[in-house]
Design a protein around this ligand. Sequence first.
Ligand SMILES: [Zn+2]
Length: 150
Amino acid sequence: MSIITSASGSSCWRGLDYYKSQKIKEIKKINDNEYTSLVLGSKNYNVYLNIQHPRKSTCNCPFADGRRIICKHIVATYFSVVPNSAEIFEEEQERLYQEYEAYNEREYNNAIKCINKMSKKELVEELIHIFDYAPEWVYDDFIRRNDIEG
Ligand SMILES: [Zn+2]
C-alpha cells in the first residue's frame, strides 16, 4: 500500500490542491521515508509522513487525529517531498478516466447493437421491464413526452 492507495479519492484531490497552492511549510526530512511538515489552512496542522508504512503517518487535524487515516494534509506532504509524485498521480487519474470513458462507450455501443436486433415484441417486454425497475420519473417522463393522458 502506498500513501495514495491508502487515502480516499477526495483526500488525494484536496491534497493535490494544497500542494499546488504551496501550503506545505517547514518540511523536515528524518530519513528517506519519514518527514514532518506544517500544513497551512484555516488552522495549521502538524504532519508526520511515513512513506514506507503509510498508516503510521499522523496529522493532528480533526479528520485524522488518532484515527490512522491518510488525510489531505498527509497527501499534500507526500506530493511535496516525493519528486514527480503529483504529476504521476494526475497522469494515472487521467488514464483511469480515459479507460472508464472507453468502457462506457463500448457498453453503450453494445446496447445499441442489441436493441437493433430485437423484435418489436422483445422491445415492448424490455420497456415494461424497465418501467417496473426504473425510478418513477422515467415512467412519468415517458408519459409526458408521449403526451399520454393519465
Ligand atoms: Zn490532516
